[in-house]
Write a protein that binds this ligand. Structure first.
Ligand SMILES: Nc1nc2c(c(=O)[nH]1)N[C@H]1C(S)=C(S)[C@@H](COP(=O)(O)O)O[C@H]1N2
Ligand SMILES: [Mo]
Length: 565
């Protein structure tokens, strides 16, 4: 093919002047290609070539990640790196605006940015074919660096999806850009500017391009789909191990939830949150599918005179206790949804630590922080004192009568009543290290959150919903209040600027769970603001002072505005 055609001199150039940007003289590129017109169609085709090359890169990367591991794919690696570099305020904003969809939004954002760059590289390839292909490789290098930089990286093999994918993408772009190369007409009698010519006339190989681009797109779609489905099946052993698992009966079963702990008022959250609708907050773009048969937990560190490594069976052989515990996320806004109650089954963490020789600081132990590490590199630090003060701190294996769902930390996670999840509830846990708060800052603390974060006393109006339009007359106002490990003693409701009126408390399950409440209201026509506040068993009234979730949890009163008709 003729790459080095002469400078274009067509009549068309006069009759149909080029846009000014094409007339700007430019540096000839690495292949010494002369200037040639880039009509809108050719530019579009260039962008398309870039997009197809980008798609090919990601598709091949997905396929290669099957052989490595799903977490090593470029989008997951870059996404994970982005999450880790997200400051507390931005994370807070993302959770507030996108909720549990924040990860989807992040991945779509990454894809959108990649697509833009791919299209730009495609257009650049019209004149700088090698440089543009090299650009694709650079993106691959960035993906590879992100992958090896992940805390759970398995080393150099994690670079393969990004590098091989980018290599394929660069080749596709180089080839497609070849179809887009301008060729001088062979015969003088051809109509000038006949871009459609396939092998004849001035122009580019439009048919060749369409065929090659389609072939590349179809092949990429095939590779991508195959990769996706194989990756989807990759946790099969773990899924089978979980399916086959029957948890031993707890030696210390939970007391039955008292009748009346769950009000039968429409709109109020159920007392026990079904696992399927339990909120999920974590940094994992790919949920770890840990195989329980190979899982290990190591306990070690300061003041651990007898370090151990436990298998899942070792853990199941311990006495299991079953407890209802309400878990809350520090990112929960006032009135927000990141709180739920489950029946957790697990081994007592304090007993295990004591067997390892650990003493709490109050009994002279040298370590005041217990750092839990997960298989995906999360670190979560809890006060040793709290974990060993007699509360039901668990290495949980079960949730609501079943093995933990993968989303919620299978095979083992921590649950500690009274502490926000980010300082207590490590999922997919694999390592427990005794250290000090002075010596080590875990993941969220490095990102601006508090080292110690007991749950703040909170209450929420579940019904009526904001901006509801109930009929005048009796309206049931109801919701939940929580102050884990202290317990809820009083809930009050205020209508507009009226006096605080005591709500009826539902039966208490335990001081580690939330408590439902209701308030029969005689609603009068017009707009009204309903406000709720709780008092915990230490006697402290929930503060009115509004704070944001960063650094140690939101405070303030929850209000709902309704219009009574
Ligand atoms: N491995 C791991 N464990 C984790 C997290 C995480 O990102 N990774 N997030 C923590 C946070 S912030 C909370 S609030 C709880 C949420 O637990 P859930 O998703 O089961 O509701 O898990 C905690 N454990
Ligand atoms: Mo959280």
């Amino acid at each position: 093919m003729d790459w080095c055609g002469k400078k274009i001199h067509s009549i068309e150039a006069t009759a149909n002047p080029e846009p000014p940007w094409n007339r700007i003289p430019h540096v000839t590129d690495d292949e010494k290609e002369p200037r040639r017109p880039s009509g809108p169609l050719r530019v579009t085709a260039g962008a398309l070539a870039g997009a197809v090359a980008g798609f090919a890169s990601l598709a091949l990367a997905e396929l290669v990640s099957v052989a490595v591991r799903p977490q090593a794919g470029p989008v997951v690696a870059v996404g994970g790196a982005a999450i880790d570099r997200t400051p507390a305020a931005v994370k807070d904003w993302a959770v507030r605006n996108f909720g549990t969809d924040d990860k989807l939004v992040l991945e779509l954002g990454i894809l959108a940015v990649l697509t833009l760059f791919a299209c730009a590289l495609g257009i650049a390839a019209l004149r700088h074919r090698r440089a543009a292909a090299a650009g694709v490789v650079l993106f691959g290098v960035a993906g590879a660096l992100a992958a090896v930089g992940r805390p759970d990286s398995r080393g150099l093999s994690d670079t393969l999806p990004s590098l091989l994918g980018a290599g394929a993408g660069a080749a596709v772009l180089f080839f497609l850009a070849g179809r887009l190369a301008w060729r001088e007409q062979a015969r003088e009698d051809e109509a000038p500017g006949a871009e459609a010519g396939a092998g004849s006339g001035d122009g580019w190989d439009r048919r060749g391009f369409v065929i090659a681009a389609s072939a590349a797109a179809v092949a990429s779609a095939g590779a991508g789909a195959l990769g996706r489905s194989l990756n989807g099946a990759s946790g099969r052993d773990a899924v089978a191990a979980r399916d086959a698992l029957v948890l031993p009966a707890p030696g210390s079963p939970a007391q039955a939830v008292p009748r009346g702990a769950g009000l039968r008022i429409p709109g109020v959250s159920p007392f026990v949150t079904p696992s399927g609708s339990f909120y999920r907050v974590d940094t994992a773009l790919v949920v770890p599918k840990v195989d329980a048969t190979t899982w290990r937990l190591r306990v070690h560190g300061k003041g651990v005179s007898r370090p151990v490594v436990l298998s899942f069976d070792d853990l199941l052989r311990r006495e299991l206790v079953e407890r209802d515990i309400t878990l809350t996320c520090v990112s929960n806004e006032v009135g927000g949804p990141y709180v739920g109650t489950a029946r957790w089954t697990g081994a007592r963490l304090a007993d295990l630590l004591a067997e390892c020789g650990v003493r709490p600081p109050s009994r002279g132990g040298p370590a005041d922080q217990l750092v839990a590490r997960s298989v995906d590199g999360m670190t979560i630090g809890s006060p040793v004192e709290d974990v060993m003060d007699g509360r039901d701190a668990l290495l949980a294996v079960g949730m609501n009568g079943e093995p933990l769902p993968f989303d919620h930390g299978f095979p083992v996670r921590m649950v500690v009543p009274g502490l926000y999840g980010y300082v207590s509830a490590c999922k997919w846990i694999t390592d427990l290290e005794l250290t000090t708060f002075d010596a080590y800052d875990p993941y969220w603390v490095k990102r601006g959150w508090a080292r110690r974060a007991p749950v703040k006393t909170q209450s929420r109006i579940d019904t009526p919903k904001p901006f509801a339009r109930p009929a005048a007359g009796p309206v049931m106002v109801a919701g939940v209040a929580w102050a884990q490990h202290r317990g809820i003693d009083k809930v009050e409701v205020r209508v507009d600027d009226g006096p605080w009126q005591e709500a009826r408390l539902a039966a208490e399950d335990s001081r580690d769970t939330w408590r439902q409440w209701s308030f029969p209201w005689r609603a009068t026509k017009g707009g009204h603001t309903l406000t709720v506040r709780a008092t915990d068993r230490s006697g402290r009234v929930q503060t009115e002072r509004r704070t944001r979730t960063v650094p140690d949890g939101a405070s303030g009163w929850h209000s709902v505005v309704v219009t009574v008709e």
